[in-house]
Design a protein around this ligand. Structure first.
Ligand code: NAI
Ligand code: 15L
Length: 268
């Protein structure tokens, strides 16, 4: 049967807030979890991902989990270790113990951020490109993808790992013209990842069908995802303000953009 009750972790965050608005239209009932209170949702579970007992209670009885919670930018290793590495492990353990069948994991383009981005006639970056993290943050997403692989092979717990580009209401940089995922396309992709059959452990890039796309959306489309948006209408204004990307510039040369410098360039 199609999944109906979904635990949404990271519900107080940027993507979580957007998805809380959009996913109910697909017929899902959302249970929300975050370490911070979720505005307008008094029933949300307030728990840290490292609290194994709270997680076990939170996943009990759900059909699937959308796992967005975690640190979403570069941070000191100890913090990444706790929230993203240990936290994701605790979530998978809770899911395994409670018999949840599927997780949709918010991985990131920063798992492969040091991959040179295509220029000219270069082919799109395939989903099988080796892990090449650009930060401890990206490294934690590599861990999450491999944890998902282990839990499929060992325990039969399915995951779709989505290497999300930039999911914000609008693209705000020239790089984002290539990696942007509109909130509406994000909801479409999450729905596809929740409902596709026999996903085992599938890894897919998550973006809209951008004219300036850098990666191959084949595995996302194979889930049934049909992106409807393209960042190109935003291009003229962003390029007029910032200029085109310059491959000689280290933070323009790789998929991960400004995460690929030490220290990362903020804000961008
Ligand atoms: P965000 O930082 O706005 O939200 C993350 C949420 O996770 C926050 O509400 C935070 O309180 C919660 N959280 C952090 N540590 C926690 C812990 N230990 N226990 C419980 N909750 C915890 O991030 P955003 O932008 O909403 O991203 C959501 C997910 O998608 C993240 O995993 C991020 O790495 C991933 N992602 C997001 C992209 C984007 O463009 N927004 C791009 C690629 C990946
Ligand atoms: C990410 O993984 C971050 O969570 C998000 O805040 C953006 O920075 C995004 O990548 C990006 O690459 O633009």
């Amino acid at each position: 049967p199609a999944p109906r009750t979904i635990l949404l972790t990271g519900a107080a965050g940027g993507v979580g807030t957007l998805m809380r608005e959009l996913l109910p239209a697909y017929g899902y009932e959302l249970r929300l979890l975050d370490v911070r209170p979720v505005e307008g949702a008094p029933d949300a579970v307030t728990a840290d991902l490292t609290d194994a007992d709270a997680l076990r209670e939170a996943v009990r009885g759900v059909d699937a989990i959308i796992h967005l919670a975690g640190i979403s930018l570069e941070a000191p290793f100890e913090k990444i270790l706790r929230s993203n590495i240990e936290g994701t492990y605790h979530l998978y353990e809770a899911a395994r113990q409670e018999g949840v069948r599927r997780v949709v994991f918010a991985s990131s383009n920063h798992a492969v951020g040091f991959t040179p981005r295509p220029t000219g006639d270069d082919p799109l970056i395939p989903i099988g490109t080796p892990h090449r993290p650009d930060t401890f943050y990206g490294l934690s997403k590599c861990f999450g993808e491999d944890l998902a692989s282990l839990y499929w092979d060992l325990h039969g717990l399915e995951t779709v790992s989505l290497r999300i580009g930039s999911c914000f209401p609008e693209p705000t940089s020239v790089r984002m013209l290539s990696v942007w995922m509109s909130p509406a396309d994000c909801a479409r992709l999450l729905h596809a990842a929740l409902t596709a059959e026999d996903v085992r452990h599938t890894v897919a890039y998550g973006s809209s069908a951008n004219t300036r796309l850098w990666w191959d959306l084949t595995t996302a489309r194979a889930l049934g995802y049909e992106p409807q948006d393209d960042s190109e209408p935003y291009a003229a204004a962003l390029v007029a303000e910032h200029g085109e990307l310059d491959p000689a510039n280290p933070d323009h040369a790789h998929l991960g953009g400004p995460f690929c410098t030490d220290p990362p360039i903020w804000p961008y």
